[in-house]
Each structure stands twice: as C-alpha cells, then as structure tokens.
Design a protein around this ligand. Sequence first.
Ligand code: SF4
Ligand code: SF4
Ligand code: SF4
Length: 177
Amino acid sequence: MAGTGKKIVKTIKVDLDKCNGCRGCEMACSAYHATPKYSSMNPSRSRIRVVMDPFNDEYVPIRATDYTKAGCDGRRVYTIKGKEYSECSFCGTICPTRDLFFDPDSGLPLKCDLCEDEKEPLCVQACPQGCLTYVELEEEEIEEAKLGDMEIGLKSLVDKYGLKKLADTFARMSQKG
Ligand code: SF4
Ligand code: SF4
Ligand code: SF4
C-alpha cells in the first residue's frame, strides 16, 4: 500500500569524528534486545556494528536497515587513509552475502527498530562520546508500507524453508495447541 503526505522520519545521525570504537553501542543494543531484556550482552546480536580500523584510527558505526533476499551488484570502493573498503563494508542492509545482522542462533535478521518503546534509543544513550544523535525529521514523500519485525522474520523463514514447509510446521504446531 502507498500514499503521499508528511511523515516523521526517525533516524540516528552519526558524527564519525567522535567515534573511538569503544563498541558500547553494540553492547547496549544487544542487551536491550536480549530475552529477557538485559539478560545478556553479545555484539553478534546487536543491530548496530562498528567497522573497526584501529591502525588508522577509523571507526564507523553501521545500523541494520532492511532485509534483502539477494545481494546487490554494488561495486563501489571507498578509500579512507589509504585503505580500501568495499561497498559492503558500510552497508546496513541485512543481506545474505554475509553473516552480519543475523541472529547467530536462529539465523533470523536483526533489524534496527530504533528501540521504539524508548524515548531515546539505547545505543544513543550508551555512547560516551556523543557520537550518535537521535533525530526526528518531517518529510514530505511517498509512504511505503514498511515490514515490521515479525514480517521480516517470516519473510526470511519463507525464503529459507519455502512457504509449504512453513505452513505445514504452523499447522503441526497449532494442532499441538
Ligand atoms: S551487503 Fe549491501 S552492498 Fe553488499 S551485496 Fe549486500 S546489499 Fe549489496
Ligand atoms: S536504535 Fe536501538 S535497535 Fe537500533 S541500533 Fe540503536 S540500540 Fe539497536
Ligand atoms: S558507543 Fe559511540 S564511541 Fe563507542 S563505538 Fe559506539 S558510536 Fe562509537
């Protein structure tokens, strides 16, 4: 479904000059999204990851955006302080060409939900350098229906196992009550 009008776009601005690679944002995000909340901290379950190059003192936090079924043909190469990075290095897409932003146990995608129940996202609160700023912008543009966490998870399960297998599993589960 699509429409037009004003909408509030919530996002996080990043000041790269302030980031020191402490990875506090990864810890906070993974703890907040643990089940139960704050029961564990594991950066591999974080929806923000910091691309690290300590030798060049370069740190770039990347948030997980949308899930895609297949990788793109992005070929851009970025050169920072003489070191080359591929387009994938700074891409927030949850993409099957790499392990980033997939839960290590379930294999399900981990999309940033901007900690929607909180006034300020946990990664923003946790950053000791003030590198991350939560902003709400009003934009006039076409609104596309967005997939929620549950739909993204289901979509990836359908991609992985096929609709029939998934439907059979749901039917079996519902019979068990
Ligand atoms: S990680 Fe991003 S840039 Fe790389 S193939 Fe996937 S979508 Fe393209
Ligand atoms: S906004 Fe919330 S979900 Fe998104 S990266 Fe930060 S802590 Fe994680
Ligand atoms: S918490 Fe802040 S300074 Fe530390 S890695 Fe994350 S963005 Fe960078």
